[in-house]
Design a protein around this ligand. Structure first.
Ligand code: EPU
Length: 340
């Protein structure tokens, strides 16, 4: 059953806690709800608004926001050690990870505690600690309201989703056209620990070894120590993406800053991923504060609302950060968060 709201405050529905309103917001549970909503044709302006964790409003939204709330988890099949699980878009991502760990299913544990809902995971191919949503994702079911007779349901395979670093077809061709209904994952009964990133192995060993529960706890503890809790301090996780630069540029910077972290890029050996957090930190901006907004003091990739800030204040700080990183290192950093 859908629930409908008019001129509703978004303050408690976006993790930055900026005070803006939406003209209309509908919480939907099914394809039937969507068909009903779109029966009269496409509204002039609409978009999916899921957990509000990766979005920054700089003005009121004059249009329709659609929020998925269906949250069932269903085991579709078990073959050997492979378990196919279909999850509806409205489930909190971390509730899915907790469920998988409880059921001794491997694959999602490194993505513990990422804020947001399951339906948002494929959009930017969420990732952390050496894993990405795409690694065990099989397919994504979508409703495309602008196609066929009042909309069609289409299923996209992992290949069709064209995943990349914080990238997918849902941010490109399907942007503004697809509403994700459910995501199917292939999880594993066989242990496959992936603890090579940063401090993960050390934290896992300190808990007694690479069990699913220990890995989840280690990841949660690392995240809690670096990333601010949105309930206390408004933020949207990483505000910037890690930049991918030419090998030549990376070597040039390495010769000046030998301690600069670098990571291989999925784009091939001629490209190198840099750590935007390190660049911002070394530009002297970690903990920097400008009025009601600031750069987090434990992770420079995160911009925070110290209370009562507007989206525009956050944007103006973001521009300053981009500008200073460009001046100091000659590297452009793009935002990960969507602005409206
Ligand atoms: N670093 C600093 N100073 C900082 C932040 C980072 O020197 O203020 C250095 C770290 O010491 C490390 C390197 O930069 O050597 C990378 O930092 P970290 O491992 O903390 O990860 P990240 O690259 O800053 C990415 C994701 C995070 C994810 C972590 C862990 C992006 C944009 N961010 O951050 O994702 O949790 O890796 O895997 O790719 C998010 O997307 O919202 C998010 C939090």
């Amino acid at each position: 059953m859908k629930q409908e709201f008019y001129n509703i405050s978004l303050c408690n529905r976006n993790s930055f806690h900026v005070e803006q309103q939406a003209e209309r917001l509908v919480e939907f549970t099914s394809e039937a709800d969507l068909r009903e909503i779109f029966a009269a044709g496409l509204p002039e302006r609409w978009m999916v608004f899921s957990g509000g964790n990766n979005i920054l409003f700089t003005q009121d939204y004059r249009g329709l926001l659609l929020t998925p709330v269906a949250d069932r988890i269903e085991i579709l099949s078990e073959e050997g050690d492979r378990v196919r699980v279909r999850v509806e878009a409205g489930l909190e991502w971390d509730d899915l990870v907790a469920w998988a760990v409880e059921h001794e299913l491997w694959g999602l544990e490194n993505l513990s505690l990422i804020p947001g809902k399951v339906g948002a995971a494929p959009v930017q191919n969420i990732g952390a600690y050496g894993s990405e949503a795409k690694d065990c994702l099989l397919e994504v079911e979508c409703f495309l309201p602008g196609e066929g007779e009042g909309g069609v349901v289409r299923t996209f395979s992992r290949e069709e989703c064209r995943f990349g670093y914080r990238e997918s077809i849902f941010k490109q061709e399907l942007k503004g056209r697809a509403i994700i209904l459910a995501v199917t994952f292939a999880l594993s009964r066989t242990a496959q620990p992936n603890i090579g990133y940063g401090d993960v192995a050390r934290e896992v060993e300190a808990r007694g070894g690479a069990t699913l529960k220990n890995i989840r706890e280690a990841i949660c503890s690392i995240r809690r120590s670096k990333l601010p809790d949105t309930a206390v301090l408004g933020n949207a996780g990483s505000f910037f993406k890690n930049p991918v630069v030419d090998l030549r540029k990376s070597e040039e910077l390495k010769s000046i800053y030998p301690e600069m972290p670098t990571y291989p890029s999925a784009e091939g050996p001629e490209r190198v991923k840099l750590a935007a957090g390190w660049l911002i930190d070394r530009a002297g901006l970690k903990g920097y504060r400008e009025g009601r907004v600031g750069v987090h003091d434990r992770q420079a990739l995160v911009l925070v609302n110290h209370g009562g800030a507007t989206g525009s204040e956050v944007i103006s700080l973001a521009r300053k950060v981009q500008q200073q990183v460009l001046e100091k290192f000659g590297v452009e950093i793009d935002t990960e968060v969507n602005n409206f």
